[in-house]
Design a binder for this molecule. Structure first.
Ligand code: DX5
Ligand code: ZN
Length: 217
């Protein structure tokens, strides 16, 4: 499966979002972190900004919802133009129904696991999903250190996907950089979110290609 690099605009300059989106034109998806000050102790942006960004960015949007009650709010992000919508397993009341609704509205459906949430209870849900996100930091902030204790979970998730004969993508998010991406790829991840490692670089587009080359090795 081809490697995908998704820069996270959480580390971009929010006053110049369209320009910052265009600065990573070669990226596969633009990762948009939606935070509500309840599910995580931070607040970012919502549906109107996603709507504008989906028109302005030349890259499809991968919306990561770190919010309470995604069952109620996730469909609006599909309508706002997101190509992929990720809800958290810890927050969703009815994950199967929600994944089906996201897909029926025309986006890829994805579910995220916080570091302390195991994958095993969710094995039977995997066919309902297009992607699974294994968080490699506690969600809420960019620039945190990569939790290498998550590598076994990435490996077990990849094995579960293979054992069930599925093709869903396996995304990692948090602390992904030149010094950690190879371990993530080796453990079985194929979609890499990188915030500070891309937008903290002098040349964000070059940073995307450097990460891609490292992950493909
Ligand atoms: C954290 C967010 C991440 C964040 C990653 O809660 O979900 O997407 O932007 O930032 P870095 O790559 O700097 O750890
Ligand atoms: Zn994220």
């Amino acid at each position: 499966m081809a490697v995908q690099i998704n820069p996270s605009i959480l580390s971009a300059d929010f006053s110049r979002l369209a320009e910052e989106a265009k600065a990573v034109d070669g990226a596969d998806w633009l990762h948009v972190d939606i935070m509500d000050n309840h599910f995580v102790p931070n607040l970012t942006l919502g549906v109107p900004v996603v709507e504008s960004l989906s028109r302005a960015a030349g890259t499809p949007l991968d919306c990561h919802l770190m919010i309470e009650d995604p069952d109620r709010w996730a469909p609006a992000y599909v309508e706002a133009g997101a190509g992929s919508v990720t809800f958290h397993a810890e927050a969703a009341a009815a994950p199967v129904r929600l994944a089906r609704e996201i897909r029926a509205k025309g986006a890829r459906a994805s579910m995220a696991l916080k570091p302390a949430t195991p994958i095993e209870p969710y094995e039977d849900l995997l066919p309902e999903l297009d992607m699974l996100l294994v968080m490699t930091v506690e969600p809420g902030f960019g620039g945190q250190a990569f939790l290498d204790v998550m590598l076994p979970k990435i490996r077990r998730t990849r094995e579960l996907i293979a054992r069930n004969g599925l093709e869903l993508w396996l995304q990692v998010d948090g602390g992904v950089s030149a010094s950690t991406i190879e371990r993530c790829a080796e453990a079985g991840a194929d979609v890499f979110v990188a915030g500070s490692a891309v937008y903290g670089a002098d040349n964000p587009a070059a940073a995307v290609e450097a990460l891609r080359n490292q992950a493909e090795e």
